[in-house]
Design a protein around this ligand. Structure first.
Ligand code: SAM
Length: 324
């Protein structure tokens, strides 16, 4: 079966929802911070350290580092999702350090930190993408396994939803978007099927879109060859486009050098190759310029044990650079 059903026996992708990961005894499970132990081995903060968590989420990583900060220490957390900010506020309330949470895109990091009177940080962390809970949230409209309105705006202040793009972009633009951000070789065919389907009625839900992609790719006949759900790449492409993910990451990477103290570290955890390539190239470029020393020559990845306990970690890659 294609569309809303889990494909049995396939490896989960970053967009795959494992329902057992999300709901236990009727309540949402906390997001499990990815590569937390690895990070703890690589980053140590002084008690009065300044940590900038560019993607605070549920505050999982910040909580771990915040426990080692004293009252002089500061955590500044960013998130584009207002609910994540509230969640983090609750989860970090018992830390003794100062916690400043900002409902803003990390592309605005310099401006926002300066507004708070913070010039330099010991540690900048960006754990990209979405929280586990986002995938189950019908308001986010991200899942191809559960039928929900096709939205994908993590930041609800954004004007253009995934449905706007899917129903209005011309066929070539759609194909280019799916190829560029989803790296799907079936992009032209998928775009053709989308344009054909929307002639009879607008594509309003994730389930409708997933079914169209499956039809375009000739699933389910070929599904056994692929390790991921056929709609994974199209959904990834749309999410990247709707949320300007790569552009925002570039802005964060450009701002980071001037915000780090000498010997301060920037760490990025990415979940797909487009993000990872940007980080890798930025770190390399800054190393050549004498601005960074790369700490991770190869990206650090989760152990099998970690992946078994947290399937979202499966595609994670962590890179660290140190300000010179
Ligand atoms: C993977 S989660 C972070 C989880 C967090 N490390 C934890 O342990 O709880 C990523 C978070 O970043 C947020 N986010 C994604 N892109 C963002 C951006 N450009 N600016 C600020 N927040 C962003 C998402 O809303 C999400 O809450």
């Amino acid at each position: 079966m294609c569309g809303l059903d889990r494909i049995e026996g396939t490896a989960p992708s970053e967009n795959t929802i494992a329902s057992a990961d999300l709901i236990v005894n009727g309540s949402a499970v906390e997001h499990i911070p990815v590569l937390a132990e690895t990070l703890a081995e690589q980053i140590s903060l002084p008690p009065d350290g300044v940590m900038v968590d560019a993607t605070i989420g549920h505050g999982g990583h910040s909580f771990l580092f915040g426990q080692n900060l004293g009252p002089e220490g500061v955590i500044v957390g960013f998130d584009v999702d207002k609910n994540a900010i509230h969640r983090a506020q609750f989860n970090l309330k018992d830390l003794s350090c100062k916690v400043i949470l900002i409902h803003s895109n990390f592309s605005q990091i310099s401006k926002q930190l300066h507004k708070e009177g913070i010039e330099k940080a010991d540690f900048i962390l960006a754990d990209l993408g979405v929280c586990s809970a986002h995938l189950a949230d019908v308001e986010m409209g991200l899942s191809f396994l559960v039928d929900m309105p096709l939205d994908m705006r993590i930041d609800k202040r954004l004007k253009t939803s995934a449905a706007d793009i899917i129903n209005n972009a011309d066929e070539k633009s759609l194909a280019d978007l799916i190829y560029r951000f989803g790296q799907d070789r079936g992009s032209r065919r998928i775009a053709r099927f989308i344009v054909g389907a929307r002639r009879s009625r607008p594509i309003a839900t994730t389930g409708q879109l997933a079914a169209i992609v499956c039809k375009a790719l000739g699933q389910p006949q070929q599904k056994r060859k692929s390790k991921i759900h056929p709609a994974t790449r199209t959904f990834q492409a749309l999410r990247i486009a709707v949320n300007n993910e790569l552009e925002n990451l570039e802005k964060l990477l450009t701002s980071a050098p001037e915000l780090l103290k000498k010997d301060g570290r920037i760490t990025v955890i990415s979940y797909h190759s487009l993000e990872d390539r940007l980080v890798k190239n930025d770190f390399k470029h800054n190393e050549k310029e004498g601005i960074y020393r790369i700490i991770t020559k190869k990206p650090l990845v989760p152990s099998r044990e970690e992946i078994a306990g947290n399937r979202r970690a499966r595609s994670a890659k962590l890179r660290i650079a140190q300000r010179q």
